[in-house]
Design a protein around this ligand. Structure first.
Ligand code: UTP
Length: 293
């Protein structure tokens, strides 16, 4: 693998139908877990992994994402005047100075594979990370993206994050078959999008973190629309693994599916219980809610 992983791609041009009506005006990635939008958690994870170019693939309805990473002059002035320096630091630190944000538009929601392809002019010929912000991954140690980047660099390979799921859930995920799975990783021999349980090659499900070689762009260019008329990233990866070493990596950490309502609720509780200022109050309210329920 040539070079370090500097670019992180955030495909955020989906419709977010599972959160309607909220997502009629608020992009799914801007939904908060406690006091930070989902996109901020993903961005922090990419920066921790060493990325300094963040590529947001958005659509014309998602101005809120670009606005969030822009400077808020008026708000900054007001907070400064009011002496609210902690809040000021919070809004100034959404992106560190050495990191640049680039926005590209996906004019039509033609699928995740197509969204990744839209980032090609910015990424060019380097390996890059892809993070789906609605998969929120909590870990006390290194973030999931850093774990993937380290393995990709060491093994000179593409790496895809996986987790074990109950067999009845395979139809909600891309599922991989692997050879020689030892410790946390193994080489992928096949990948299938949303198989029925009886057809699933394993219960190792792909979640929203990838480190990909630039060859994927060529392969996505040639990928025909698959399930749902969309250009699937899974199909591009299937072509990639036929040519290059592609690893499945069972990351360390806990993943919350914040693209679903119950996942967002679960994440909110987990992050609140992990916050010194909120833990006791959250426990109390959970006890009371359970007693009343
Ligand atoms: P999802 O399958 O979760 O779709 O996309 P969605 O539109 O975001 O949400 P629902 O299912 O309608 O509620 C997985 C990821 O791929 C991105 C989404 O933004 C999300 O991060 N995506 C999907 C795109 O950027 N473009 C697309 O055309 C499709």
């Amino acid at each position: 693998m040539n070079g370090r992983v500097r670019c992180a791609v955030f495909p955020v041009a989906g419709l977010g139908t599972r959160f309607l009506p909220a997502t009629k005006t608020v992009p799914k990635e801007m939904l908060p877990v406690v006091d930070r939008p989902l996109i901020q958690y993903a961005v922090d994870e990419a920066i921790e992994a060493g990325c300094d170019t963040l590529v947001f693939v958005t659509n014309r309805y998602k101005h809120a994402v670009a606005d969030y990473f822009d400077k808020a002059y008026e708000l900054e002035q007001k907070l400064e005047k009011a002496g609210k320096f902690e809040a000021l630091a919070e809004i100034r630190d959404v992106l560190p100075r050495h990191v640049r944000a680039v926005f590209v538009t996906q004019t039509e929601a033609l699928g995740l594979g197509h969204a990744v392809l839209c980032a090609r002019p910015v990424v060019g010929e380097q390996p890059f990370a892809v993070l789906l912000p609605d998969d929120l991954i909590w870990n006390r140690g290194a973030g999931a993206t850093k774990q993937l980047v380290d393995l990709a660099t060491r093994e000179q390979a593409s790496v895809i994050a996986v987790q074990d799921v109950p067999i009845e859930q395979t139809r909600s995920y891309g599922i991989v078959a692997t050879r020689d799975f030892t410790g946390r990783h193994g080489e992928i021999s096949a990948i299938v999008e949303k198989p029925r349980p009886e057809e699933a090659p394993s219960t190792l499900a792909v979640v929203g973190r990838y480190v990909l070689q630039p060859r994927i762009f060529e392969l996505l260019e040639r990928t025909k629309p698959g399930a749902g008329g969309e250009i699937q990233l899974t199909d591009g990866i299937a072509a990639l693994l036929a040519e290059q070493k592609t690893l499945a990596y069972r990351f360390e950490g806990r993943r919350f599916d914040c693209g679903s309502r119950i996942g967002l609720i679960e994440a909110t509780l987990q992050y609140a219980l992990d916050d010194d200022g909120l833990r006791d109050a959250t426990r109390d309210l959970m006890r009371r809610a359970l007693a009343d329920g």
